[in-house]
Design a protein around this ligand. Structure first.
Ligand code: 9D3
Length: 255
């Protein structure tokens, strides 16, 4: 069940302060204020044993860097699960070896779900922890980062944007072209002329249907030009198919 205070997310990280970046700013910060999401941080350091409180050690077999030890993570996880209570939840390790996240995954998460996100540092975590305790491994893309914190924050931000009731949910989760697999259209604001460069006339026309069509065409054109593979995967309704057809004959749409 979704807690009274919203979706529960527990994050296990050696750098809990980093998460202020999502919980204290902008649209995601607002969701925290509104209680749509509850976040708890668990630092493996607090579950390491005296006198050294080690959370990492040299890799067996040799090689560069350090590996996060399973036991402090296990103890942090016990506490995180304890807080989750009976909430349905997945234990997710943010990992370069994980499944690359896409918008559709975020749209498929049920609002009753909780998440325990594990952000690793160094070369990764002891494989035995992954085998015993992790349900899924998620990556945010094929580039090398220094740890799982930024990816976990990316997950939090995207999760929040897709929560029913979150600012930007109605707009971006449904109306927005990206959720339909298309890139966004150009945006303009005041003033209507900058050094003689004017805002496209249709946007000042007040004709909402014309504006909607113009934006849709721009989205289609941009997607063809910049990310054709997105268009292959998109499920287009008859209106978009017809627009694409018309555009293939007359490619003068300026966007
Ligand atoms: C040489 C092998 N590298 C694995 C591809 C080492 C390595 C690189 C980066 C080990 C850990 C990391 C830290 N990255 C993450 O924890 C991480 C990550 C990422 O780097 N890119 C995209 N998504 C993610 S999710 C977690």
């Amino acid at each position: 069940m979704r807690g009274v205070l919203g979706v529960k997310v527990a994050v296990i990280s050696l750098f809990p302060e980093m998460f202020d970046a999502v919980s204290r700013h902008g649209v995601s910060g607002r969701a925290f204020e509104d209680g749509l999401i509850e976040l708890r941080l668990y630092n493996p350091r607090n579950y390491a044993v005296e006198p050294h409180k080690c959370v990492d050690a040299r890799p067996y077999g040799g090689g560069p860097g350090m590996v996060m030890m399973a036991e402090p993570l296990d103890r942090a996880l016990v506490e995180a699960k304890d807080w989750m209570g009976s909430t349905d939840h997945r234990v997710v390790y943010m990992s370069p070896q994980g499944k690359v996240l896409k918008q559709e995954q975020f749209m498929s998460f049920a609002s009753c779900e909780g998440f325990i996100l594990i952000a690793g540092r160094y070369e990764g975590v002891d494989e035995r922890f992954i085998e015993h305790s992790v349900d899924e491994e998620w990556s945010i893309g094929d580039y090398v980062l220094s740890g799982g914190e930024l990816p976990a924050m990316v997950v939090l931000d995207a999760l929040i944007r897709n929560l029913p009731g979150a600012l930007g949910h109605a707009k971006s989760a449904h109306e927005g072209s990206f959720s339909q697999g298309l890139l966004g259209h150009p945006q303009y604001t005041r003033p209507d002329s900058i050094s003689g460069e004017r805002v496209p006339k249709v946007l000042l026309s007040g004709n909402h249907e014309q504006i909607r069509l113009w934006r849709l065409k721009c989205s289609l054109k941009r997607t063809i030009d910049r990310r054709p593979e997105l268009l292959e995967a998109a499920v287009l309704d008859s209106e978009k198919k017809a627009l694409l057809e018309a555009m293939s004959k007359d490619l003068e749409v300026k966007c």
